[in-house]
Design a protein around this ligand. Structure first.
Ligand code: ADP
Length: 426
């Protein structure tokens, strides 16, 4: 995805300067309201920063009223139009961004509803402030013209992967409960989610070596596996030091598409629900279906999937297959493939912490538990699958964080302007 270009920055800065020329807004502050927008292949994620300190800075009465209207609309509703949803359980309070304290709200809607979103913003007259929004994802490019012409809103584009990593780092540093892993992932009796403090360094509740522990911050390196419509894998060595190392088209879009075709599902939630009641063993060919037992020579347990959907070639298996079994098999196929891509990448980079994010993991603990088991088993316990509470929102949060960088840029430009004007007057 294209990064932020010089033209974008210049347009954006001159827009701000135009506003600032007749304003009382200090140069250290980006005009409110603050949004981050990630327009993905399937879902659009919108994060909204609601300031809760009393440092409000508005240029005109009209702007103040408009800001209050947006705030009230977004924070008192849980649903917007037919398909917008606010994930209230994810709300984060007392977060400091750009020297302001506030609450981050998390909202999502299907990207195919973007035209409806644009109409809604117009209808509610939220465009009064001709606000600038930091945006990422393919849609930030696809919808940039519409946002500008229809809403008079400028999309300041941010690189997708850079935003993702920024968002992870920001949320993980403000929320102690962000990160977790599964103990005994496939044991229904004993399975439990365990909160993991990233600064501790260890990846297991049984780990006793805390020599790497720090009071705060993240431990590097780590692998990020972003499971959205497709899959991207990044190796992260430091806050500004990361690269995309792998990926796959077999991700959330594949799972949902397959379930639509095979099970007539209308939604992701329905597909996951069906999968949770099915059994892939009626659909997939396992090692024991071929060997009659485990393939010990190469360490393959008897219940390893040898061929996804391998049984369904037989008429009898097809007649007996339920929608639930088919959905479960689609989920296991998708998850196994992602696990394999993730593990290869982690092995290649010799990194043990593997952090899985993206909305494929939303309301989908079966996938998370399968990934946990797979990482543990295939790495002989050396690699750990880690998960984050804000699953699919990190790209949008990273955009919010971009405001800090832009504010700095703005300050520097101002300082440059004032020092060159004082030099010329000397
Ligand atoms: P993208 O940026 O590509 O849209 P996301 O991280 O938002 O990626 O994940 C999209 C995937 O999340 C979908 O392919 C689907 O598997 C899953 N998903 C979870 N919740 C939903 C939902 N309510 N509607 C559609 N897909 C969903």
């Amino acid at each position: 995805m294209a990064g932020i270009s010089n033209d974008d920055i210049q347009n954006f800065l001159s827009n701000l300067e135009r506003r600032a020329s007749s304003s009382v807004t200090p140069f250290s502050e980006f005009p409110m309201p603050w949004f981050g927008l990630d327009i993905g292949g399937t879902l659009t994620k919108l994060v909204y920063f609601e300031p809760t300190d009393d440092k409000g800075n508005f240029e005109t009465e009209e702007e103040l009223l408009s800001d209050r209207m947006i705030q009230r609309y977004l924070t008192t509703n849980k649903a917007y139009g037919d398909s917008g949803v606010r994930d209230e359980h994810l709300e984060l309070q007392n977060v400091t961004i750009n020297n302001r304290i506030g609450t981050i709200h998390f909202i999502r809607f299907p990207t195919n509803q973007m035209p409806t979103f644009i109409t809604l913003v117009k209808e509610k007259e939220f465009t009064l402030m001709s606000s600038t929004v930091c945006a990422t994802g393919g849609g930030a490019i696809k919808y940039a013209k519409d946002a500008e012409s229809e809403l008079n809103m400028q999309l300041l584009k941010s690189d997708e992967l850079e935003s993702l990593i920024k968002g992870i780092e920001l949320i993980a540093s403000v929320n102690n409960e962000e990160c977790y892993y599964y103990d005994y992932p496939l044991d229904n009796e004993r399975c439990r989610k365990v909160s993991w403090k990233w600064s501790k360094g260890c990846c297991s509740s049984e780990c006793t070596d805390h020599s790497q522990a720090t009071d705060d911050g993240l431990q590097y390196p780590y692998i990020v596996v972003n499971i959205g419509s497709g899959v991207s894998v990044m190796a992260v060595y430091g806050q500004h030091d990361f690269k995309r190392i792998s990926g796959s088209s077999i991700g959330g879009g594949f799972f949902q598409g397959l379930c639509c075709l095979l099970c007539g599902c209308d939604s992701f939630e329905e597909a996951v629900m069906l999968a949770s009641h099915g059994n892939n063993r009626n659909i997939d060919k396992l090692v024991k279906d071929i060997y009659g037992r485990a393939y010990d020579n190469v360490g393959l347990p008897e219940d390893t999937v040898a061929a996804s959907f391998g049984k369904i070639c037989s008429n009898e298996a097809r007649e007996n297959a339920t929608r639930e079994d088919l959905a479960h098999s689609a989920l296991v196929t998708t998850t196994n493939n992602i696990g394999s891509v993730a593990l290869n990448a982690a092995n290649h980079c010799k990194i043990d912490r593997i952090v899985f994010v993206g909305n494929f993991l939303r309301v989908n603990p079966i996938a998370a538990r399968l990934l946990s088991k797979a990482m543990d088993f295939w790495s002989q316990g050396t690699k750990k699958a880690l998960f984050l509470q804000h699953e699919g929102y990190f790209g949008a949060v990273g955009c919010l964080d971009k405001l800090v960088a832009v504010t700095e840029m703005r300050k520097k430009q101002r300082e440059g302007l004032s020092s060159s004007s004082s030099a010329s007057s000397d």
